[in-house]
Structure formats: structure tokens, C-alpha cells
Design a protein. Structure first.
Length: 366
């Protein structure tokens, strides 16, 4: 995938243009103080904050159409509009969605480069990886959003010092915390299913952690995977037949896309579906635990502004992580299961920063 999209001479011109228009000074994370004086390697002079009236072209690519990722994009766009109004600058946003198609994704990124965007935003790990490969020479800044394991995926060297032209926000999941919720609700549970897409990098570390946790407790693990909605639907049928008592899914975009197709059969079978984001609960899972994706979108936009407006350097701008302390419980599913939300909330409370309720819907309200 590491195809050299732009010739070296073109890349040099684009880097120069980026430095003149945007600046490349080192800075802390999104909501910190103004950028420090260090500049990226090869820069001839110190970067400076942008002047009022500046216009920045930002290319945003979403990986797939689902509640979590759409919520991120909506909040990125809204926050960039707010920052632009405050700072007197304009963010011209070009948005596209590759719908999990690698060929379409590569073309979208190539189009962003041809259009000479000042910065790219990649929503989800596959998009971040493609943008990283495509900007190795031209050094267009890249901000990723919702990359669960940035170091493991190879998009940054370390979380504190990414090391190149890419940084962003991570939705890293505290898997053990979700396992504790499962045990708190059913202490004698004997069989837990793991439902995920084996091709999703965001699932790898969380599934490994879940296996370790459950095995240490002597709980049987049943794994089923799928790469699209139809396969996930079949995997759920197999899990019901296998007699699992609860199912865990990390922040897996394939299962997220399928949630509206599977939640009713799981609830009717009495199976609690625990997942790594509140958007799963919005689409019918019993419980979503993890990052507030609206806030993640806002902070991603703040990082975009730090790079473009304040001249921060992606190489030294730490990846931003978030507290995973909110459990979101679907009250419609509680009704089907015959359990009280108040009772569930009281059970989960010792293991969460807060417990919130939600009802099934296709998308978050504006």
C-alpha cells in the first residue's frame, strides 16, 4: 500500500506551501498552550500563528457509515466551524467516505493530495494507515481519529512523540473494565462470546485482553467473526446456538455497522451484548462502554487547529487519549430482558465514572 503517489519534486513544493501557510512548530496536545519555537526538520524559519483571514483546505475521509464514526465527523466539522469563527480563519472541508473499500480509500487520499489540501483527517485505523503511507514524501500533516492502537498499527512511534507528520486521537479501550461489568451483572457466568472482525486492527489488542481475563477466571470463551453484515449475522446465530450468556465486542466498525441487524435476536435470546462504544448501545446493544465519540471529534478538530492555526508539529504533538469510564445502557433492551435500568445502574456504578441510559435509534440526535 506504500505507493509513492506524488513525485519528489511535487512533494517538496507541497511541503514548502504547508510551512508557509500553516507553520510546523512543536506544541502540546489540543487544548494546551500556544506552540513552542521548535520546528520540523528542514524548516528554514520558525513557524508563526496564522493571520486572520487565512483559509485552510482540510480533507476528511471516513472509513464507514456508522453511528460512532459519523458522530466523530459531525463534531469535527462543527468544532472547526466554531474555531474558524473565533479565530477569523476558514476551514474549507472536503469530506468523503470510502465505505470500507481499500481501492476507494486510496483514490480519495490521492484526490486530497491532487487538490493540495493543507491537512488530512483519517477517521479509523485503515484510513490513518493509508494516509500515513501516502504522505511519506510530501509530508502533508495527518490527524487521525479513533485509532485504537496507534503504536501497534505502526502509525506513530510512541504516544507521546509520534515522530513524523501524523498524530491524532485514540479510542483505546479498557477491556478489563468491560469484563468487570459482565461479571458484576452475572457473577456466575460460565460462557462468554467474542464477536469481532478479525481484519479490524482496532479489535486485536482488546480481544487478546478479553481472552486473558476470561481464561484467568475459568470462563469458557466462544469466538465467532465476520467481515460484513451478513457474516456477523450468521456469527450471532452460531453464538446463540452455542449457548453464550453474554457477548463482548470491542470498538469494531464491522460489528458496529451490523448492530441494528443483530440486536433484536440477541435481546430475545436473553444475551447481553457489551461493546466498546456508546453508539453500539444506541443501535441496540445492551451496554456500550468507552470513549465519548462526540468529545473525541471535538478534540480531533482542536488538534487540526493546533497544527494549522497555531503551527504545532505533529511529530511532537502527543496522541490524545480519553477516560473510558462511562457505561451507556439501552433501556429498550432492559425491558426485553426483564431487568430494571435502576438495578443495572446500581450494579455498574462501582465500576464506572457514570452510568447513562439510551434508547435504540439509528443515529444520535443533533
Amino acid at each position: 500500500m506504500k505507493k509513492k503517489i506524488v513525485a519528489i519534486m511535487t512533494a517538496m513544493v507541497m511541503v514548502a506551501a504547508t510551512l508557509v501557510g500553516c507553520g510546523q512548530a512543536a506544541a502540546p496536545a489540543a487544548d494546551a498552550a500556544p506552540a513552542a519555537e521548535a520546528v520540523t526538520e528542514g524548516a528554514a524559519e520558525e513557524a508563526a500563528p496564522a493571520e486572520a483571514g487565512a483559509v485552510y483546505k482540510v480533507g476528511i475521509c471516513n472509513y464507514v457509515d456508522d453511528a460512532s464514526l459519523n458522530q466523530i465527523v459531525d463534531n469535527i466539522e462543527a468544532q472547526l466551524k466554531a474555531i474558524g469563527d473565533e479565530k477569523g480563519v476558514t476551514f474549507e472541508i472536503a469530506y468523503d467516505n470510502c465505505n470500507a473499500d481499500a481501492n476507494v480509500l486510496s483514490q480519495i487520499v490521492a484526490n486530497f493530495i491532487a487538490d493540495e489540501v493543507d491537512l488530512m483527517v483519517g477517521v479509523a485505523t485503515p484510513v490513518a494507515m493509508t494516509m500515513q503511507a501516502a504522505t511519506e514524501e510530501n509530508k502533508i500533516p495527518v490527524i487521525f481519529a479513533a485509532v485504537s492502537d496507534p503504536v501497534g498499527a505502526g502509525v506513530v512511534e510512541t504516544m507521546d512523540a509520534p515522530g513524523a507528520n501524523i498524530t491524532g486521537t485514540s479510542d483505546a479501550l479498557d477491556t478489563n473494565a468491560i469484563m468487570n461489568l459482565i461479571l458484576a451483572e452475572k457473577p456466575d457466568i460460565a460462557k462468554v462470546g467474542l464477536l469481532y472482525d478479525v481484519g479490524q486492527d482496532s479489535s486485536t489488542a482488546a480481544i487478546a485482553a478479553a481472552k486473558d481475563f476470561l481464561s484467568a477466571k475459568g470462563i469458557e470463551v466462544i469466538e465467532h467473526t465476520g467481515t460484513n453484515v451478513s457474516e456477523i449475522d450468521l456469527a450471532v446465530d452460531a453464538m446463540i446456538a452455542d449457548g453464550v450468556e453474554a457477548i463482548f465486542t470491542p470498538s469494531d466498525n464491522t460489528v458496529m455497522t451490523a448492530e441494528l441487524s443483530i440486536y433484536e435476536k440477541l435481546a430475545n435470546a436473553g444475551i447481553r451484548h457489551y461493546a466498546g462504544a456508546d453508539s453500539f448501545a444506541l443501535n441496540g446493544a445492551f451496554c456500550g462502554y468507552g470513549v465519548d465519540y462526540a468529545n473525541l471529534g471535538v478534540e480531533t478538530a482542536n488538534m487540526v487547529a493546533e497544527i494549522l492555526v497555531n503551527g504545532a508539529d505533529p511529530a511532537t504533538t502527543a496522541v490524545k487519549t480519553f477516560d473510558n469510564g462511562t457505561a451507556t445502557v439501552n433501556t429498550d433492551i432492559c425491558d426485553i430482558l426483564g431487568v430494571s435500568f435502576d438495578d443495572i445502574s446500581a450494579t455498574f456504578a462501582p465500576f464506572c465514572t457514570k452510568v447513562e441510559s439510551i434508547q435504540t435509534a439509528e443515529a444520535f440526535e443533533e
